[in-house]
Design a protein around this ligand. Sequence first.
Ligand SMILES: *Cc1c(COP(=O)(O)O)cnc(C)c1O
Length: 397
Amino acid sequence: MKNYLTPNFSFAPVIPAKGLGSRVWDTEGREYLDLAGGIAVNALGHCHPDLVQALTEQAGKLWHISNIYTTEAAQNLAEKLVEHTFADKVFFCNSGAEANEAALKLARKYARDHYGADKNEIIACVNAFHGRTLFTVSVGGQPKYSEDFAPLPQGITHIPFNDTAALEAAVSDKTCAVIIEPVQGESGVLPAETDFLQAARRLCDQYGAALIFDEVQTGMGRTGKLFAYQQGDVIPDILTSAKALGSGFPIGAMLTSDKFAPSFGPGTHGSTFGGNPLACAVAAKAFDIINCTSTLENTVRQGEKLKAALQKVGEETGVFQTVRGQGLLIGCVLAEPYRGRAGEISAAALTQGLMILVAGPNVLRLAPSLLIDDAEVAEGVGKLRAALDAWLAAASA
Ligand SMILES: *Cc1c(COP(=O)(O)O)cnc(C)c1O
């Protein structure tokens, strides 16, 4: 097929055409088991009948009306998010990058409103990923995503992830925000340590800075709680969500408290499509299905089973150094001899009819549907094992 798209993506050699639950079929009719979940987006698998119904019902009522008006769909979703989190107010947008852009702008605006223009510094983590806008690639801790687009926004300091001493040294009176992923997703499925999160909370309180949790990947049930921060005792001031929020329909959200929200007064920030009724209707239905005991319990149970089975695969093949993650966000860290080859293994899996992800060159990442069942977990592990065996045999031949 001729490709008409800019070359910033290197597409896989198959073209998905249809999905149902954890299954996908390509244009040639070949079947795949999907443990990638559209990169932690399809939390309820493909074409969940209740989501299809929510979308088509809303499609017959109202698609778009602009932010001159609010809608029942947007208020309904915001109410759910507020009722089940620390937040008092919600800003809707269309992606994770936009949610983080809003979070960072709110933190700067709040600091300026209350302390003056000098309090503008943002502390972020090395290897963090916060999106692809100029501000979010600059705050993200991977220079390869930002350096070609200089000059970059200023006032951003990066510290090593989980390095509490470095965080203590970096935060000052000039800090307006500390932004952290509770589990660094894109750069290797690396969970934040409790000490580090607690120190961030303490320092933000001490210096009047906003603690921002980027839960674009970890949120909406992925770790077995609605949001990952609910696993522990550290509560952020601002939280961002996207990816699984619409379970495949594009939507992002920034959640915050009544302390910070007033700095986003009329006209300070906006989005044409943010709060779109179609997106909000789907996300509200997805919220109800995700935020129920059976889905969250399934996430924990299948996550533990998958992790244990992958650990066994790692022991038997020697390919994995360790398997880590929370709930159904799992990273298999490649052992020393196989470092740098995650992409090859992912391609080998695809030829076995298995969709998986990488998180950098050294980690295989799995982010399947939260509704995945026992048989699908077993099948996925079997296919990955077969892919590894075939890949190892080809590599040693
Ligand atoms: C995917 C991701 C983003 C960016 O989301 P987009 O919807 O691609 O803009 C931001 N932060 C984290 C932690 C992510 O995983």
